[in-house]
Design a protein around this ligand. Structure first.
Ligand code: F6R
Length: 583
């Protein structure tokens, strides 16, 4: 995962290098927060300087508070550890033996051990346990016999695995070298200069235009130019980002997660505007004929499970949703039309399934939030959410926007009027949030010290229960497990005892089943709470189809308040990163 960024600045902005890189890192922190680091070329003393620190960007910012450096080029990194424990030493940037290079990397260099061994034999001294350090030493080695950019090209050619890399060297302090293989990388340009980043959200305040670096491409940027090559040398197609810098700020909210929960109605509304503005949804519905499967991970997987259920109810046909990480085991199913659902459009497992499907000749329908992301570009039809940037690690508003697209796809398939069926959805979410917020907070105050809990559902609310359980465990670290209400008696109920909490995700489909489960658990001393009309966390009474829009938002709020009460940062849950670009 990790986030990388770089800036090549025009003369009058060079004192701003460090604050600017820190700003990029703050916006990229959702990609990992095991450590953070910055490397710049100090043009006064003509040397590379690196600062890096275990922990969040804030810790790095503290040590840089009084540092003033004039730098034309600089790179930055926020880490989600893969090789080597989180520590100051393993933090990026990494350098060579002479401190003439600084490199940051997102991805995995799979042949780093062989390369490291050879380099050590030729006298290179390594200080970290990371795969990344090998890039700096390899470059140093090649630099002995060729100019910097050629040495960089040769370095890239020696690497196996996948990566987005940015590198600076004191041997050519006007350029920042970059390369991309599978991990995301965008280029931006604005009045201050040229920039690189794993995610354009971090560049919203600085770049007026952005362009996507394609897989297999590499090149350089300077303060006023760029060069890209790969299979072809090419001109980039720059576009203006449709997101604003304000969308990527917390505003009046204490956390991004809370802000994004409350942005649910707008995310649906905007997504609906997008759906109605062209005929992509109908083209996609037409592509769903013979054999159709869906792939997705995490929250997107739950959105897709709801889609499978809804589609089955409306058409009598079942579209299997595969958990993306398991999809390679089912590769014979990855043919016909494959619907890939991903907020980031960069999830490794989902992209891998898409690529397997393409090999089988499948057509791809992408359901994706990030414009220009890999899935967005690799899909035959990309159905874009218009949820705006989602910064909190937990997916909230984008879950609802994904559902909006997937509902539209189902309704388009059966010839229902999209505007009429989907228009009420934002209001349902708004009403549900208004009705439930105080109660969700009060219940969190009651449950925050619990260690485990069940979330039960039936029919469509099974998948809502799964999503709420995921949210609770990832944000509050309370072990929450979802079960179909009727299944609970086949084993899970053995945990029922005095004080064991059970949350019921309501649906009107088969309420009896939920009532029976309540009885079974309550009679054994469990505390049973409902997200349901006129119950513990009240919500509007809706038809079964609308349940995900009415029940999920209070579940999101509950998980948020559980985290707050437990003193945790809901925007940055431990061990997680927003965009999981590793397998
Ligand atoms: C949960 C969460 C993750 C993501 C999953 C897939 O709140 O955010 O489970 O849903 O990593 O990510 P995307 O949708 O970007 O493919």
């Amino acid at each position: 995962m990790c986030g990388i960024a770089a800036a090549a600045l025009r003369s009058k902005f060079r004192m701003e290098m460090i604050p600017l890189l820190l700003e990029f890192l703050k916006a990229l922190e959702y990609r990992g927060y095991d450590s953070a680091g910055i490397g710049v070329y100090d043009e006064v003393n003509r040397r590379i300087i690196i600062w890096k620190k275990k922990g969040k960007v804030e810790s790095l910012a503290k040590i840089l508070r009084n540092v003033r450096v004039r730098a034309p080029i600089g790179i930055a990194h926020t880490r989600w550890a893969t090789h080597g424990i989180p520590s100051d030493i393993n933090a990026h940037p990494h350098t060579d033996c002479k401190n003439e290079v600084a490199v940051v990397h997102n991805g995995i260099i799979s042949n780093f051990r062989e390369l490291k061994e050879k380099l050590e034999e030729s006298g290179h001294k390594f200080v970290s346990d990371t795969d990344t350090e090998v890039i700096a030493h390899l470059f140093e080695e090649y630099l002995k016999s060729m100019p910097p950019f050629e040495a960089f090209e040769k370095t890239i050619r020696s690497l196996k695995g996948y990566y987005a890399i940015v590198m600076i060297t004191s041997k050519d302090p006007t350029k920042i070298f970059f390369a991309r293989k599978e991990s995301p990388l965008v280029i931006g340009r604005g009045s201050k200069g040229y920039f690189l980043s794993s995610d354009m959200v971090s560049l919203l305040g600085s770049a007026e235009e952005v362009a996507v670096i394609e897989d297999g491409e590499y090149g350089w940027i300077t303060e006023d130019d760029y060069f890209v090559t790969g299979k072809n040398r090419r001109e980039l197609s720059f576009f203006k980002p449709s997101w604003t810098p304000q969308q990527a700020m917390k505003g009046q909210y204490e956390h991004f997660m809370l802000k994004e929960i409350y942005e649910g109605p707008t995310a649906i509304k905007e997504t609906l505007v997008g759906i109605l503005s062209d005929d992509n949804i109908f083209k996609a519905a037409e592509m769903m004929d013979e054999h159709v499967v869906a792939v997705a991970a995490g929250t997107s997987y739950h959105a897709s499970l709801i889609f499978s259920y809804l589609y089955m109810k409306h058409t009598g046909k079942y579209i299997i949703t595969l958990d993306a990480s398991e999809a390679p085991h089912y590769k014979n199913l990855l043919r016909g039309t494959v619907i890939a659902v991903s907020q980031s459009g960069e999830t490794y497992d989902t992209l891998k399934a898409v690529r397997l499907a393409k090999k089988n000749g499948a057509k791809i329908i992408g359901v994706v939030n990030v414009l220009g992301s890999t899935l967005d570009r690799e899909s035959d039809i990309s159905l874009r959410l218009r949820a705006g940037p989602e910064i909190g690690v937990a997916a909230t508003k984008t879950f609802l926007a994904q559902l909006t697209i997937l509902y539209a796809l189902t309704y388009a398939k059966v010839g229902m009027d999209l505007e009429e069926t989907l228009r009420p959805l934002p209001e349902v979410v708004k009403e549900s949030l208004e009705m439930s917020a105080g109660y969700a907070k009060a219940l969190a105050n009651k449950l925050y010290q619990k260690r485990d809990m069940y979330v039960l559902g039936t029919g469509i609310s099974n998948f809502v229960a799964m999503e709420i359980a995921l949210k609770i465990k990832e944000i509050s670290y309370i072990h929450a497990e979802a079960y179909p209400a009727g299944e609970a008696k086949h084993g899970p109920i053995s945990l029922a005892e005095k004080g064991f909490p059970v949350l019921i995700a309501w649906t009107p489909e088969d309420e009896d089943k939920l009532e029976v489960a309540d009885e079974e658990f309550s009679s054994r001393g469990s505390e049973v709470y409902w997200i349901a009309p006129e119950k513990d966390i009240p919500i509007p009474k809706v038809s079964w189809e609308i349940v995900p829009f009415a029940v999920t938002p209070p579940g999101q709020l509950l998980s948020y308040y559980l985290a707050i009460k437990r003193g945790l940062d809901p925007d940055k849950p431990r061990n997680l990163a927003k965009s999981v670009t590793v397998h």
